[in-house]
Design a protein around this ligand. Sequence first.
Ligand SMILES: [Zn+2]
Length: 432
Amino acid sequence: MRSSDPYIVLTLEGAAKMAESKLSLGSLNIRHVPSEDLYVVTTVETARDIRLQVEIPRKYTALHWGDPLYSAQWMRPTTEHINLNHLMLLRRPGASIPFDDFRKMLPGVSDPGGKLGLLITHDPQIPSEATEAGAAEFAGWLVHRTGVRAIAIEAEPAVVGLAQLTGRWPIEQLAANSVMVVGCGSIGSAAAEALAGYGLGSVELVDPDRFLWHNMLRHALGPESVGRFKVAAMKDHLAQHWPQQTVVAHRRDVVAEAHYIRPLVDRVDLVLCAADGIAPRRVVSHLSRRARKAAVLACVLDNGSIGEVIRLRPTPRFGCLLCLRQQLADQGAMDAEADQELDYGTGRVHQPMTAVPPDLRYVGMFAAKVAIATLLESLHGDHTQQVPGEHAIIGLRPAGDLAAPFDLSQAGDVRWSSIPRPRASCPTCSPG
Ligand SMILES: [Zn+2]
């Protein structure tokens, strides 16, 4: 079998219709996509002259379909292990069986005349050793008078999506958790996608802005979302790719509407802040500390030359964003918060706009990874995803000219450190 050979796509519904039918032979409607040399089963005869439509992925209907096939059938042979023969034939590129010989093996197969026919054989009794060797319950055949060729069937498995990770990734644990994502721009949209991909059960998206053309280059959303509110468009985007996740969209400003945000922080397990500017990050640092929730803050600094991910955990060991920045200021490091604010307020030239798109996605995914590791560790006692510290500096396009701890000189380098204990005078960390 070569990848250039034609393929048949059989959805789970189509397979079930054949498997549950009392017939041993029925007709099929199979559509052909010539550009892909792909066949898609669209109707199945399940009882004499009863043909049922099979639902197919919506995107397929937009493909350019070829002429209908002259004859297409499915068959459940009672004797021969025909699907084992199929496997052996499939492994011999170019091999075919003379039509008359094939018809002797499978009486009932239609004569396609001078045209091309197609057959699917269903063998529910296939021996397990044959299954292990690669033989399948459904097998496809291109039937022509000049010879019959085996073709591959891509049958939809019973389990698709995140459930495929069962036993290899804690999907049940993460399905019970929720994260609030503040800021649905370049970094936030990438983080939201990654959280869904890790199997997080629910996400609360917070962003007051609309998605505009200039956002598109660095964003998960495309032109169909221009003009929409980012949270609403992201909610639809996530629902399409990760239907298992609950997404709530909040068209709110985390700074101006802190009264609205506060109960949300109480409700979620962690806050991931990807909003740019000093104020939203400070608000998230403060509200999450007060709600005793962990927070992960992600941004790029120095015109996108480095990424920064900070994890704030509400324990006596770790201070807040202000405590960290104070320590860095005492050490003479760059004022990262002021750097964030550069050009801010013009409404057009934000810091992330100087970074290249995959670098921002990388930082967003990195932040999601840290958030997931934190949930697993703190809520599920799963230390297998433990990250090395609380503060990560990520080399994107570093020039090596910044003071420590931002003095990375290589792209792809990640430097982890801890963050200081709470300062006694801190308005966020001190109990009050
Ligand atoms: Zn503090």
